[in-house]
Design a protein around this ligand. Structure first.
Ligand code: ZN
Length: 352
């Protein structure tokens, strides 16, 4: 059914694009939003908004699925940018839905279909926006028990240690937890509360830093575009991990200001600077701070109940969107305000 509706919607949108870009809202707010659906919606958005978007893949996952990225901006890429990442953790599919919803509504503000992002054009005069809704395609497919095109990997997947059902899968297709695997200098000590010494549905950081293909591709991509800020979306907690003890002092208080403003617009809970590299290490947000002296935040969407089980698809708007929808633009505005200073900080930054 969804396919038929999708084909109809896409053709309506593609037809409309000749006249205008009206009613091209494609995101599934209330249903399961699979890797294939997201991938095809990204293709459609790139066709509907050709003058604002550039769609590309940074490479393929362990199982061979493209990790797609959309850049929004003018034809020639700008040096200054922000990066929005979803679904590094497989089961946390509110995060890809959130990135997609923000992307779609942001684009629709150019066709006059929504006014919620009234300053969208102004932002794009200053920065490019990069969207990577699904950083971990294989994991998302496993969490959705969407075995189409990965049947041949099933025997290997079944051998991986599993904490609960497939719906609670967090790792990539090979049983490595991507957000413990980034090369931020903490790999040897990193030992989170759920750590596993063998491939597992969660908590295995890999045998060496950046072992998973997905981690290597994301690191390479970030090294290329050097976004002034990376926002990586997760669940759960209604909070933001915004700084760590190793790098916080470099940001001259700008990270604190951005965090305070983000908390004000979302009512999320305040967390302290992450104190201990043994527990916070290996995340994308830690990596961009440590490797490049660039801002990174891990935004934990939806109420924190300490269960692996995720909330129902049809509660997304209530549990996530209505609280968090202003966080991305708040960060964009703050990054634009402090762009010069952030560039100076990153340019003189040296790892230690
Ligand atoms: Zn997560």
């Amino acid at each position: 059914m969804r396919n038929i509706i999708f084909i109809l919607m896409s053709s309506v949108c593609l037809f409309n694009v000749i006249l205008s870009q009206t009613n091209c809202y494609l995101v599934e707010d209330n249903e399961k939003y699979t890797y294939e659906m997201i991938s095809s919606d990204l293709d459609s958005l790139a066709i509907i908004f050709p003058e604002r978007t550039e769609l590309f893949s940074i490479g393929n996952s362990e199982f061979g699925f493209p990790i797609k990225v959309v850049r929004i901006g003018s034809k020639v890429p700008k040096k200054r940018s922000l990066l929005f990442v979803g679904n590094i953790h497989a089961r946390e599919d509110y995060s890809s839905k959130f990135v997609m919803k923000f992307l779609n509504l942001f684009l629709l503000s150019f066709s006059g279909d929504t006014t919620i992002y009234s300053k969208a054009a102004e932002y794009l005069n200053e920065v490019d926006l990069y969207f990577m809704p699904v950083a971990n395609p294989d994991g998302l497919k496993i969490a959705h028990e969407d075995w189409v095109s990965i049947e041949k990997y099933l025997p290997e997947i079944e051998k991986i240690l599993r904490m609960e059902s497939y719906a609670e899968w967090k790792a990539n297709g090979k049983g490595v937890d991507l957000n413990d695997s980034f090369d931020d200098g903490t790999h040897a000590l990193n030992k989170s509360y759920n750590s596993s010494s063998v491939p597992c549905s969660e908590g295995f950081k890999g045998n060496y830093p950046a072992e998973p293909i997905e981690t290597q591709l994301i690191q390479k991509f970030v090294a290329n575009i050097r976004p002034l800020m990376t926002l990586s979306f997760h669940t759960k907690g209604d909070l933001i991990y915004w700084a760590d003890s190793k790098t916080h002092s470099y940001f001259e208080g700008i990270d604190s200001l951005i965090n305070e403003k983000s908390l004000r617009v979302s009512n999320f809970s305040r967390v302290p600077v992450s104190p201990d590299p043994r527990t916070y290490g290996g995340g994308l947000e830690n990596y961009v701070r440590y490797e490049f002296g660039l801002l990174g935040s891990c935004v934990e969407l939806s109420f924190g109940d300490n269960l692996r089980k995720q909330f129902p698809d049809d509660e997304f708007n209530n549990r996530v969107w209505k609280k968090a929808w202003k966080i991305p633009t708040t960060c964009i505005e703050m990054v634009i305000t402090y762009a010069n200073q952030l560039e100076v900080i990153s340019n003189r930054y040296k790892r230690n």
